[in-house]
Design a protein around this ligand. Sequence first.
Ligand SMILES: Nc1ncnc2c1ncn2[C@@H]1O[C@H](COP(=O)(O)OP(=O)(O)O)[C@@H](O)[C@H]1O
Ligand SMILES: [Mg+2]
Length: 238
Amino acid sequence: MAEPLIKLSGLTSGYGDVQVLWGIDLEVREGEIACIVGSNGAGKTTLLRTISGLVHATGGSIIYDGNDILRAQPDVVVGQGIAHVPEARRLFRGLSVRDNILLGAYLRDDRQEILADLELIYNLFPILKEREKQDASTLSGGEQQMCAFGRGIISRPRLLMIDEFSLGLAPQAVERLSEALIEINKTGITMLLVEQDVITAFEVAHYAFVIETGRVTLNGSTKELSDNPMIRQAYMGI
Ligand SMILES: Nc1ncnc2c1ncn2[C@@H]1O[C@H](COP(=O)(O)OP(=O)(O)O)[C@@H](O)[C@H]1O
Ligand SMILES: [Mg+2]
């Protein structure tokens, strides 16, 4: 069994007086795609934002590659090799597709290598190459998500965290993006996905954590959880 690349223990966090996470234990092994599923408001986005250092943890630990990053600033977290593709993609209007992707490389200074990585991203999503000079806000939802993935990948992360990539997209776009995530994982990038769409998440991920009101209530391989009657009824509608 591979070592965990990241391991959260007893993680608590929230906003001011409002506690959202109540002691999260979770780990993602190197090379794996893990997902966090749960209803709206369960604390999924807060969890990714806490790992990224955007929301301050109040307790517990986050051990990443052997170091505790619980109190690390967001740029330090990125510098350690953790990329975060946020909810709703958050591309910059007024910037081209190419420049939006390149923003993800802001901590790198190896220009030739960055441009080579940009070509790899264009090979993965040829439509982005065709649209590279267009304002990113003119892309379709699925294309914007490709661009957001590109911005995440170009930082050369070891851990790529993606918040609700399927939200609001047509099934065909979700299918294409799911395939891309599997291809990206095969290049050696470990992933932590957050999804409300459990069927999509289970198609892509190897392992899942179910979170309810800021607590992990169940975890297991996606294969095993797909056969769990409670999960099927509560989250998959079957
Ligand atoms: N900036 C914020 N300030 C205060 N409360 C927030 C903030 N963002 C989220 N929350 C609250 O935290 C809880 C979890 O939200 P969130 O992490 O966005 O859930 P999910 O991503 O699972 O839908 C919700 O009750 C939400 O209202
Ligand atoms: Mg969310």
